[in-house]
Design a protein around this ligand. Structure first.
Ligand code: GDP
Length: 308
């Protein structure tokens, strides 16, 4: 038994590890703390891309080949938006829309995001605890050669083409972790960082002062899974971003980024191992349920080893 496990995660890459963990340990021992720096309002609707990816992935509703949104989605809403000359750079499927409408109504009625997500997870029988990092707004902004861009404008509208010089998390300094976040970290015997983008998906959480302090004071080991597989990112802008920030695209840069927080790193079998911390090697490409379980197990085993 591993005892309570906390996993810090962003969207697609992170959700794969969280799914693996749900098959490795009892659901009631697992808490996912999720990035909300990507959250934004679009067409009057509040969107939480990373939380929603987790909800869709863990409930078996995710569109795995597309990498976002729901499987078997229909697009009537977008067709009408387009025909009326509305903004169509961010796709909202019909079923996806239901989630955003319900979340918007609940937020307007004064409910915190964390309570709304708890209810969604309960309704879909997910079993584990999914916590937004904060109920307070935190917004990731990208400083680039095309000016300062809100995250989704950079990520979706500009398809990550702008050259990034800096990343800011507006609101993070004064945001409080959501109810349950600090208690989960204090109770955790193991803390994992999913193979999410360290700069875009994990840093917003680490930018919350109280969350960072809680991680520094943790009881058990902290192990990350590297987002680099065979020397590069599986998907998304991680490798491009590292180059633009002047960092070598390797596991030493990932380890250095997390610095003294990290006790161990799970890396892909053929990749270089950074020095000075515990390492586990496996094939970290997660395509099948077996892959996800293997990587989750490798992370839990390494944490156990670090705990001595
Ligand atoms: P986003 O928030 O939806 O952009 O997704 P994340 O930040 O959670 O995940 C993006 C990162 O996940 C990228 O750096 C990928 O390299 C990494 N990633 C995606 N799939 C895998 C995988 O199968 N294995 C590993 N190790 N990393 C992955």
């Amino acid at each position: 038994m591993s005892g309570p496990v906390v996993v810090i995660t962003g969207g697609v890459g992170g959700a794969k590890l969280v799914e693996g963990l749900t098959h490795a340990i009892p659901h009631e021992q697992l808490t996912a703390i999720v990035n909300t720096g990507d959250d934004f309002e679009h067409l009057g609707l509040p969107i939480s891309p990373d939380i929603d990816t987790l909800l869709y992935t863990l409930s078996g509703r995710a569109n795995a080949s597309q990498g976002w949104g729901r499987e078997g989605e229909s697009w009537s809403f977008m067709e009408v938006v387009r025909s009326l000359g509305g903004e169509d750079w961010f796709n909202l499927g019909d079923g996806d829309l239901a989630l955003h409408v319900l979340r918007g109504a609940a937020l307007r009625a004064g409910q915190p995001l964390s309570a709304i997500i708890r209810r969604f997870a309960l309704n879909w029988n997910l079993g584990l605890t999914i916590l937004p990092m904060s109920d307070d707004p935190v917004a990731t902004w990208i400083e680039s050669d095309q000016g300062a861009l809100p995250f989704q404008r950079y990520f979706v509208e500009h398809r990550c083409t702008p050259r990034v010089s800096a990343i800011r998390f507006v609101g993070a300094e004064s945001a409080s972790p959501a109810p349950g976040v600090i208690a989960a970290i204090e109770a955790a015997q193991t803390i994992l960082i999913a193979p999410s983008n360290p700069w875009l998906s994990v840093d917003p959480l680490l930018a919350l002062p109280a969350l960072r302090v809680a991680l520094e004071r943790r009881n058990g080991p902290l192990v990350a899974v590297s987002p680099l597989v065979a020397g590069t990112a599986v998907k998304g802008p991680t490798a491009k971003l590292m180059q633009e920030l002047g960092l070598p695209v390797n596991n030493a840069s990932i380890a250095a980024h997390y610095g003294s927080l990290l006790d161990g790193l799970v890396i892909h079998e053929s990749d270089d191992a950074p020095e000075g911390l515990a390492i586990a090697r496996t094939n970290t490409l997660m395509q099948t349920p077996q892959d996800k379980l293997r990587v989750a197990q490798a992370a839990l085993d390494l944490a156990r080893q670090c705990a001595g």
